[in-house]
Design a protein around this ligand. Structure first.
Ligand SMILES: [Zn+2]
Length: 288
């Protein structure tokens, strides 16, 4: 297996695809700073990434964590001298869940007989992001160009950031979009994900994108993103309708959401999360 390499998908804008989980890391290089989008899943992998970035550019590295799942931010220790941006909810979530996430991964790696890789997770120091943003749009000045951190609402988590480089029509969607597998629902807000994505797709920094980078899988076009947004919006609509008619169990909700093209396991996770998050969703509706 050849080592991962940064591929330039637009001027000064790169994607590095990794064998672990088909993870994509983004890089946006300006005249003064370079923005690294996500940090991989361990300190060792983060260090490999930081070295790969230095081969592209000697400039100061600035980092954003798209969200607090381990595969996107457990490499932060390798970037501890950098400004690390994230949504305020990501820092809270990472503080609360990091040790649980670590133990889940370590347990899985031992179960699948990969003790050496498990040890690299145990050797990883979790470093929290500390440039915390809450606004819908946060510019990150890179010198001759600006990248934008966009927050559209709750979706894959309650704190996903999307990163836009509108000067080259590239958008990094984090796990709001997934190619090659279903969107991951475990921590999601399935009643809101589709509408959140719709809001983001209407944003002027997003609606002209020619390259859309998912958190995992192949780089896709806007039509792919719109299709996935349509599926997620249909899922939200079906779940809301079922909940409104009194369906209140996982099997019942799964039965109502078949036919959207999502795997049964995905529908089950979505149903569980719809039931867990429905009251907070009602609150959101009432506030609007
Ligand atoms: Zn994720």
């Amino acid at each position: 297996m050849s080592a991962p390499e940064f591929r330039e998908i637009a001027r000064g804008t790169f994607v590095r695809r990794h064998t672990e989980l088909e993870l994509n890391i983004g890089l946006v290089v300006g005249s003064e700073r370079a923005l690294v989008i996500d940090t991989r899943s361990t300190t060792a992998r983060g260090e490999d990434l930081a070295a790969a970035v230095r081969e592209i550019t000697p400039l100061e590295q600035v980092v954003v964590n798209t969200h607090a799942h381990y595969d996107h931010c457990f490499g932060n220790a390798a970037f501890r001298d950098s400004q690390i941006y994230a949504h305020v909810g990501a820092a809270e979530s990472l503080q609360r869940t990091a040790e649980h996430q670590r133990s889940q991964v370590v347990e899985h790696l031992h179960r699948t007989e990969r003790p050496e890789l498990a040890q690299t997770y145990l050797d990883t120091e979790v470093v929290l992001p500390f440039y915390l943003v809450e606004d819908e749009v946060t510019p990150v000045d890179l010198g001759d160009r600006t990248a934008y951190l966009l927050f559209g609402g709750r979706a894959h988590t309650d704190h996903d950031l999307v990163v836009a480089a509108p000067d080259v029509d590239v958008v990094f969607f984090g796990d709001l979009i997934e190619q090659g597998a279903d969107p991951a629902m475990d921590d999601s807000f399935p009643l809101e994900w589709g509408p959140t994505l719709q809001t983001l797709l209407e944003h002027p920094h997003v609606n002209g994108a020619t390259a859309c980078v998912p958190g995992h899988g192949e780089v896709v076009d806007l039509a792919f993103v719109r299709t996935q947004q349509g599926v997620l919006t249909a899922l939200a609509t079906e779940l809301r309708a079922a909940l409104a008619t009194g369906v209140s169990d996982v099997d019942g909700l799964v039965a109502k959401t078949k036919g959207l093209g999502l795997q049964d396991a995905t529908l089950r996770d979505a149903a569980v999360r719809a039931l867990e998050t429905r009251s907070s969703h009602a609150g959101v509706d009432a506030a609007r």
